[in-house]
Ligand binder design. Structure first.
Ligand code: PRX
Length: 647
């Protein structure tokens, strides 16, 4: 924690969209009169049929129902492209910066329109209709944005799977939303290395059976990939043959826009469903106000479109606002550790939004790689995905932004659709490490384990008491799971799964997940997923996975593994298990540390006591708490004796 206060610079008070007085007035209005507030904000979009109803939401047990602007109709692609054509057809919509610094291009709104319409027609030709699901498994290339918007244009629901996921994970996600169309690329390119996307897609489809009848393959590297006759289509050939005219489909505000699978405490990843009207209103408003976007600004969010940040703050929010958004294919340390700042200079980036894990790793390389670049164009910095430690915040502020650029530490989730707790750069004094105050319409509440509301300065579990337009509507195909996951722990409120502290100034400090979800380099992973992967290995009898503090990644993955009788726990086997999980789920799920454990601490009823495992992984033995309820307390001593060295 840091008590330092960085007041809003004078220059920002006058130039920003929102100053302190406006923040306070609008926040109050948004809470006292959500209908009035959002009714006005909703007009920032172009509606085919204007809404007359604004908010119809219930968090009541047994009746979780969230509807915004429910009688209005619109099209997301028309809002992100068509409505800008007259005034900014020749303005750059997307700056694409390739993995290789020699590769970059500018795509105007007019070009974006043409590309999206052609692809939309290709999808239609392949029989894709309103409501159908389309899986995207793509690198960070403009075609990823075209694909999202082409789906939105014809009312198809996209489900993006991060290119780092394995064939099995892709297969689960194709099955999970029953899509029969996949858009992929021959190979991805990251840090000079190729990623076999088409091969992975073929492997995934082999696992899901014959449901997938169309695979559209973008040529990225030109690598030689086998094409299946009748099923596989070359993107370039198909769009060249398609018409550039595709009228947007009229969508109800509550029609689905996309599904995004995300990890939870239990079971398989769930399909978070976002809809059309409320989502876009929220993404565009938050993008404009939090990043203080003004016409002509160059905005860069370094996320991947495989995560929600890429959905809301590379594609939908910025494009709805007619912004210029930069899409980066590469990684921060290729070809050199100055890459981010070189890209900032090359494209004169004004607003830069990244994750703490990237900042920490760049910080490790010292100041020189930053200082050799200019960065004079930068005006605002942002952080997302995990708590930012004050040291990293200060480095970002002092070295990268040269004390000139406020940092917006934005807290939100896949489920929330957009940012909920964040500074507004012209309105809110900053404290390093704090996401500060709620955005308009957002009412955070802290509760204790029993659900009692805690007022004032305190620690608790973070809930949100009323709906906001960007909120997820359901778990795809499983509304009961939606209700159980988010609304059953505490009644009548949305439970975020995060712990949080509120200080004397009412500032919020997110302390991390309080459930069995871990956050590795800003990527969300369910411990249960890693466990079920480990126990699927023939030599493993049982596994328990917890997070532990990791200097670069924020959290690392610590796996306790009980082997089958007679199997020897060797270093070789550890490597084998890491490779196993990597292949099964993807590199982001690789355990950092594996401890072979003859027994796991269990209650007499057989429940694994994760609290104890977490404390051992954290080297915090003094805080093990009560171990008397364990079936065999001696297990704990053995675990402590054989704990893995974190350094
Ligand atoms: O624990 C919080 C953390 O990331 C979780 C959400 O992960 P995901 O759905 O993958 O979305 C990440 C990008 C929005 C949250 O429950 N988190 C996200 N942003 C912050 C954060 N923790 C602290 N500070 C943040 N700014």
């Amino acid at each position: 924690m840091s008590d330092k206060l960085h007041p809003v610079p004078d220059e920002w008070k006058s130039r920003a969209h929102v100053d302190r007085a406006k923040y306070e007035a609008d926040y109050k209005r948004s809470i006292d009169d959500p209908e009035g507030y959002w009714g006005e904000v909703g007009k920032r979009l172009d509606w085919i049929k204007p809404y007359t109803k604004v908010k119809n939401t219930s968090f009541a047990p047994g009746n979780i129902s969230i509807k915004w602007f429910e009688d209005g109709s619109l099209n997301v692609a028309a809002n992100c492209i068509d409505r800008h054509l007259e005034t900014r057809g020749d303005q750059t919509a997307i700056i694409w910066e390739g993995d290789d610094p020699k590769d970059s291009k500018h795509i105007t709104y007019r070009e974006l329109h043409e590309n999206v319409c052609r692809l939309a027609n290709v999808l239609k030709d392949r029989g894709v209709k309103k409501g159908d699901r389309v899986t995207l498994y793509l690198p960070m290339i403009p075609e990823a944005a075209y694909s999202m918007l082409a789906c939105a244009r014809i009312g198809a629901i996209h489900s993006i799977v991060f290119g780092g996921f394995s064939p099995d994970s892709l297969a689960n996600r194709i099955e999970g939303c029953e899509s029969r169309v996949v858009i992929t690329a021959d190979e991805g390119l990251r840090g000079g290395k190729k990623v076999p996307l088409k091969k992975n897609t073929d492997d995934a489809i082999a696992r899901v059976g014959g449901e997938v009848d169309t695979v559209i393959v973008v040529t990225r590297t030109g690598g030689d990939v086998p094409m299946t006759d009748g099923r596989d289509v070359r993107y370039e050939d198909a769009v060249a043959a398609a018409s550039a005219d595709c009228p947007p489909e009229e969508m109800n505000a509550e029609d689905p826009l996309f599904i995004l699978f995300t990890s939870g405490s239990t079971g398989k990843p769930k399909g978070v469903l976002h809809t059309t009207g409320g989502y876009l209103v929220y993404a565009s408003l938050t993008h404009e106000l939090i990043f203080d976007y003004h016409d002509g600004d160059i905005y860069w969010c370094t996320a991947d479109v495989g995560w929600v940040t890429g959905h809301s703050y590379i594609v939908y929010g910025p494009l709805a606002n007619g912004a210029t958004t930069l899409m980066f294919e590469g990684v921060p340390n290729y070809p050199s550790i100055s890459r981010f700042w070189d890209v900032v200079d090359k494209h004169k980036v004004n607003i830069f939004y990244t994750a703490p894990t990237a900042i920490r790793s760049l910080m490790g390389a010292g100041e020189e790689p930053v200082k050799r670049t200019s960065r004079q164009s930068l005006r605002l910095l942002g952080s997302v995905g995990e708590p930012i430690n004050p040291e990293a915040w200060e480095w970002y502020f002092n070295v990268v932004g040269e004390r000139r650029c406020p940092i917006v530490d934005t807290w939100w989730q896949t489920e929330t659709g957009g940012i909920l707790i964040t500074p507004l750069p012209g309105a809110i004094d900053l404290k390093p490490g704090s996401a500060t105050l709620p955005f308009f319409g957002v009412q955070p509440q802290l509760v204790d384990a029993e659900g009692n509301v805690i007022e004032g300065a305190a620690d608790g579990n973070l809930c949100i008491v009323d709906s906001w337009p960007g909120q997820m509507r359901t778990v795809y195909g499983d509304h009961k799971r939606f209700e159980e996951t988010y609304f059953s722990t505490y009644k009548n409120k949305y439970f975020t799964g995060d712990g949080c502290r509120r200080d004397e100034d009412g500032y919020y400090w997110i302390t991390g997940r309080v459930d069995d979800v871990i956050n590795v380099s800003g990527h969300r992973m369910g411990t249960a997923e890693v466990e079920s992967s480990l126990v699927a290995h023939e030599k493993v009898a049982e596994a328990a996975v917890v997070g532990y503090p990791h200097d670069l990644k924020g959290q690392g993955i610590y796996a306790y593994v009980t082997l089958n009788a007679g199997v020897e726990g060797t270093d070789e086997l550890k490597k084998e298990l890491v490779a196993w999980v990597r292949k099964d789920i993807g590199p982001i799920a690789s355990p950092d540390l594996i401890q072979f454990a003859p027994g796991l601490p269990k209650t007499r009823s057989g429940k694994i006591m994760r609290r104890i495992l977490r404390k051992i992984a954290e080297d915090d033995f003094g805080a093990l708490g009560d171990t008397s309820t364990l079936a065999d307390p001696a297990v704990v001593d053995d675990l402590i004796d054989h704990r893995q060295n974190r350094k």
